[in-house]
Ligand binder design. Structure first.
Ligand code: ATP
Ligand code: MG
Length: 339
């Protein structure tokens, strides 16, 4: 019988899966649409399409929050649907999953339960810290590197990882990502213009505007609701307002990066100063980000190719290359220790 081997990067915004048998990577938005009486209406990309367009009797649920599972039932529903759609998982497979390094035992257990005790019925679950998966995806020699700083800018988290001697030496998960930036944009526009826009509009705006400094006083026409009249209409918004929202949150990330570098021992610190930062995650595609980070940290910035897929590309190598498998650990053994 063929072995079903998967690598999973379970993101708050999007699930990325490597299927070894088919040698493909697929993604699905991490979201479900449910009716008031709890019936599943749509999942994944299809549910995301419905986001902010649904009637009041349909709820859109994002079952992960800031990198961890917050709604087990719904993420299980999502997985079950993907299983039954046939295009994805086979039951009884071997899974390697990338998880944030600083999650609690209980949060880690939820990842395990999702794969073993749901319809996936995993035969084995191996875990790897996301920062290590990213470093492998970046093509770095993880086992021999001594001082690599990876920053994963994601949908709801920014994860900082320092690797040395084949392992993770420092890690920090910041609750800052695309979603928090979109929320900041929505809030600012409401405060300054009494104008309410949706999170999806904010996301599109963020992607178009980016973080590049632009003194041209440009504006953008966006659709929303005038809160004084209650009417849907369009408004001209200065792009500088969007940029200011982004900058505030990126500045927090930069302070944390600086603080973490300061905590590293001199030998590692020296290597990072020379080598710079490796940047991954979907938000790394933000227009102008490498330039901004370079100016703010003074470090050289390496951006991963297709940064959103960097961790799952790492997982592909990890499940496929014998030497890299030792970077993972078995969740079963971890669990047995706690029984
Ligand atoms: N071209 C782009 N410009 C700016 N942002 C982008 C671009 N493409 C994707 N993004 C943003 O990247 C984010 C998703 O990134 P990613 O898939 O790495 O997150 P995730 O892994 O699901 O979340 P997390 O790791 O925080 O749990 C979204 O906020 C999305 O808006
Ligand atoms: Mg991620």
């Amino acid at each position: 019988m063929a072995k079903h081997v998967y690598g999973i990067d379970l993101g708050s915004y999007e699930i990325k899966v490597y299927d070894q048998e088919k040698d493909t990577i697929w993604t699905e938005k991490n979201v479900v649409a449910v009716s008031r009486d709890g019936k599943l209406i749509a999942v994944g990309d299809q549910a995301f399409e419905m986001y902010e367009k649904t009637p009041p009797n349909i709820r859109i649920v994002f079952p992960m929050k800031e990198g961890v599972i917050s709604d087990f039932q719904h993420i299980q529903d999502l997985l079950q649907y993907l299983l039954s759609s046939g295009r994805t998982f086979a039951t009884g497979g071997e899974y390697t999953i990338a998880v944030p390094a600083d999650v609690t035992e209980l949060e880690k257990r939820a990842f395990y339960d999702l794969l073993v005790h749901s319809t996936a019925k995993a035969r084995s679950v191996n875990v790897i810290e996301r920062g290590i998966a990213d470093a492998v995806g970046l093509g770095l020699d993880v086992k021999r590197c001594d001082g690599v700083f990876v920053v994963n800018f994601g949908g709801e988290t920014t994860e900082l990882s320092v690797l040395a001697a084949g392992g993770l030496v420092f890690n920090q998960r910041l609750k800052i990502g695309g979603k928090q930036m979109d929320k900041e944009i929505v809030d600012r526009i409401r405060r300054h213009y009494n104008f309410l826009i949706g999170m999806k509009t904010a996301e599109k705006l963020r992607m178009k505007v980016g973080i590049n400094d632009d003194r041209s006083g440009r504006t953008m026409e966006i659709a929303g609701r005038d809160l004084l009249t209650g009417m849907p209409t369009t408004k001209s918004i200065p792009t500088s307002l969007v940029r200011a929202s982004l900058k505030e949150l990126f500045e927090k990330c930069v302070s944390s990066i600086d603080a973490l570098i300061d905590r590293t021992p001199p030998e590692i610190n020296h290597i990072i100063q020379n080598d710079g930062l490796y940047v991954t995650g979907g938000l790394a595609r933000m227009e102008g980000l490498p330039y901004y980070l370079n100016r703010a940290t003074g470090l050289h910035i390496h951006t991963s190719r297709k940064p959103k897929y960097c961790s799952v590309r790492g997982l592909k190598d990890i499940v496929g290359v014998e030497e890299l498998k030792s970077l993972t650990y078995s969740m079963q053994e971890e669990t047995d220790r706690w029984m």
